[in-house]
Design a protein around this ligand. Structure first.
Ligand SMILES: Cc1ncc(COP(=O)(O)O)c(C=O)c1O
Length: 429
């Protein structure tokens, strides 16, 4: 069950152009039910964002963030993000991708512990089924085996993986909230085994998206926060997917009612119009860094890019202009309606979703992963033939819709999904 792409390499697909929620392939328009790679929150080709990019590029095509330099757009974006998060974050560090945001958050955590006189706090805890990107540390944090053997990762001694709060797979008859507490306590078991004095941070996605939209029970995150506080471990929320409205709240931590010490953002920060990421850092951490006479010796050539920052500001303006509110009011109810009854099909193991994200997990009579993957592939191809793009993810067909998707488009998508599942169910092979 290792397919993570829709097509084989010999069968590449050229995307010709895109507008709104649709991409054009071989002259045909497809509803992009995955919004790129879960990043095109506002849809493609938004004119206000395109103009903001062009204007910013004409005015200041590049500047960097070293040696006391900044630029107006980056400063405005940092202030905007601080304001959007209330008092939770004091400052934002800008980079280019979700992976380097996670990498940067870990370096901030290491420096924080060094300054607090505990340089031996270096081990990280992440979770099985988590995804955090493709650099050495981000791949090590990732809890999906597919990404490890080719590179001999995780790096030895760097990370321990706690249980995923995946009730459908591991619930074992427990009610969801009791299971959520159990899953959180697997973090504490690792802390007690390794020693809190050796652990820098716990890193986790509010919703495990890449592994197939795994939504934790509502008891989970509050208990995780309590455990991190009890053992003095930094809590880093990887909001690369969940940021900017996808859960129905602007950020995933708000949906689940906890406050992280750091948060990483990418994807929806610019809706994919520009490669830009960010790390939100709380006062608890910045106050320690600020007390040091030394600079934080970390940064990239493209940190605080003025064009990326202009794009992010214009993108956030679009999201704040009614899109975020649409998610809970219109999109989520339409998805819930669309998923209704799909679990009655014999090949469907689970249906789940939150905000604009949803997944249908398949099961095969043989119980074999390859057979489940084959079912997924048939359903995904059936959707593609009906003009909808989704993604096969570890036994699930998953959707991350753009925030502009209409109720009518959702109704059409789920009617197509129902039709394809019924056909595959009637002849599961
Ligand atoms: C939760 C999460 N974190 C980090 C990343 C890595 O982001 P990037 O591909 O921009 O490096 C991803 C990418 O899908 C992600 O889903």
């Amino acid at each position: 069950m290792t397919r993570t792409s829709n097509r084989n390499v010999e069968d590449v697909t050229v995307i010709e152009r895109a507008k709104g929620s649709y991409v054009t392939i071989d002259g045909r328009d497809y509803l992009d039910g995955l919004s790129g790679l879960g990043c095109v929150n506002i849809g493609y080709g938004n004119e206000s964002v395109c103009s903001a990019a062009a204007e910013a590029m004409a005015r200041l095509s590049y500047s960097h963030g070293f040696a006391g330099l900044t630029n107006e757009n980056a400063a405005l974006l940092a202030s905007k993000l601080v304001a959007m998060n209330g008092d939770v974050f004091d400052r934002f560090f800008f980079a280019s991708t979700g992976s380097d945001a996670n990498e940067s958050a870990i370096k901030i955590a290491y420096y924080y512990w060094l300054l607090r006189g505990q340089p031996e706090k270096r081990m990280l805890i992440a979770r099985r089924h988590g995804y955090h990107g493709n650099t050495i540390v981000a791949t090590s944090l990732t809890g999906l085996d597919l990404y490890h053997p080719q590179f001999g990762l995780p790096l030895p001694g760097l990370v321990r993986h706690a249980d995923a709060p995946f009730h459908h797979k591991y619930g074992n008859g427990l009610d969801p909230d009791a299971f959520g507490l159990e899953a959180a306590r697997s973090i504490e078991r690792i802390i007690l085994e390794v020693g809190a004095d050796k652990i820098a941070a716990f890193v986790a996605e509010p919703i495990q998206a890449t592994a197939g939209i795994i939504v934790p029970p509502s008891s989970y995150w509050a208990e995780v926060r309590r455990i991190c506080d009890r053992h003095d471990i930094l809590l880093i929320a990887d909001e690369v997917v969940t940021g900017f409205g996808k859960t129905g709240e602007m950020f995933g931590y708000q949906k689940f009612g906890f406050e992280p010490d750091m948060m990483t953002l990418a994807k929806g920060l610019t809706s994919g119009y520009f490669p830009m990421s960010a790390v939100g850092v709380s006062k608890k951490v910045t106050s320690v860094l600020d007390a040091s006479p030394d600079d934080f010796e970390h940064g990239f050539t493209y940190c605080a890019h003025p064009v990326g920052a202009a794009v992010a500001l214009a993108n956030i303006a679009v999201i704040e202009n009614g899109l975020a509110q649409r998610v809970s009011r219109e999109i989520e109810p339409a998805i819930v309606e669309g998923l209704k009854g799909l679990d009655q099909f014999g090949i469907v193991g689970d249906v789940r979703g939150i905000g604009v994200m949803a997944a249908v997990e398949f099961k095969a009579a043989s119980g074999k992963e390859d057979d489940v993957a084959a079912l997924c592939h048939r359903v995904n191809l059936g959707l593609f033939e009906r003009g909808v793009i989704a993604r096969e993810l570890w036994g699930s067909v998953a959707f991350i819709f753009p925030l502009i998707v209409t109720v009518e488009e959702l109704e059409r998508t789920f009617a197509a999904l129902r039709e394809v599942i019924a056909a595959v169910d009637a002849d599961p092979g």
